[in-house]
Design a protein around this ligand. Structure first.
Ligand code: ADP
Ligand code: MG
Length: 240
């Protein structure tokens, strides 16, 4: 479903991605781990067409992701993104936040969009808070709304960029539980995370990124329990 082939990305003099390749099959969950500054967010932003890249190629179901192409907006609706900060519209209710994309971007009839949004809020355990405003919710609840909002666009895949890093520790579990359910439902996901328990239990594969290069990749249990590369060992020693 997602094919990243040898992408290179630089910011000025700084080569941030040095030939990153990554394949994700439909229904697969891949966790991307690595130290701060290794390029994890940049990989996701390139896949979602939020960032340009100089070399290589990214394909989503065979269609090239090119941030300058005329079809990029359409392509972007096929790949959802959930950020560390929830980025909800503060002056819109939870329900309106989830309906916004379907109604204004996908031109779905409001009544239909509302029905679907309520079903998604139910799925993330927030049907009761449909009329609340984001600032009336906890961080964990806001992040669950952000996931419902991404799902409302009926994406082929969802990219998560450290979705629990901004949360108080006691709120992390409820967000991971929603993500776990999505994985069980067969959603294709790339998850940047420092939650190694989640990676171990949910990911089909783990990729370890260091200085813009994937230095190790394999089954979650193998990479996390028996890493081969010295840099992976060193990183895991620090986070586990
Ligand atoms: P990670 O998500 O793994 O922490 P990033 O992908 O955010 O890493 O960043 C990788 C490198 O690219 C870092 O050195 C960062 O400083 C640099 N970088 C990221 N975005 C920009 C930007 N817009 N302009 C210049 N440098 C950037
Ligand atoms: Mg990042």
């Amino acid at each position: 479903m997602i094919e990243v082939k040898q992408i290179h990305k630089r910011f000025g003099e700084h080569e941030v991605l040095k030939g990153v390749s990554l394949q994700v099959a439909a229904g697969e969950v891949v966790c991307l781990i690595g130290p701060s500054g290794s390029g994890k967010s940049t990989v996701l932003r390139c896949i979602n067409g939020l960032e340009t890249y100089e070399g290589g190629e990214i394909l989503i179901e065979g269609e090239r992701v090119d941030s300058k192409s005329s079809t990029i907006h359409q392509l972007r609706t096929h790949v959802g993104m959930v950020f560390q900060r929830f980025n909800l519209f503060p002056h819109r209710t939870v329900l309106e936040n989830v309906m916004e994309g379907p109604v204004y971007v996908n031109k779905i009839a409001p009544a239909t969009a509302k029905k679907e949004a309520l079903a998604l809020l139910d799925k993330v355990g927030l049907a009761q808070r449909a009329d609340a405003y984001p600032n009336q919710l906890s961080g964990g609840q806001q992040q669950r709304v952000a996931i419902a909002r991404a799902l409302a666009m009926k994406p082929k895949a969802i990219l998560f960029d450290e979705p629990t890093s901004a949360l108080d520790p006691e709120l992390v579990g409820e967000v991971l539980a929603v993500m776990r359910n999505l994985a069980d439902d067969g959603m294709t996901m790339i998850v940047v995370t420092h939650e190694m328990g989640f990676a171990r239990d949910v990911a089909d594969r783990v990729c370890f990124l260091h200085s813009g290069t994937i230095v190790e990749e394999g089954a979650a249990k193998q990479v996390l329990s028996a890493p081969q590369h010295a840099r992976t060992k060193d990183f895991l020693r620090r986070v586990l």
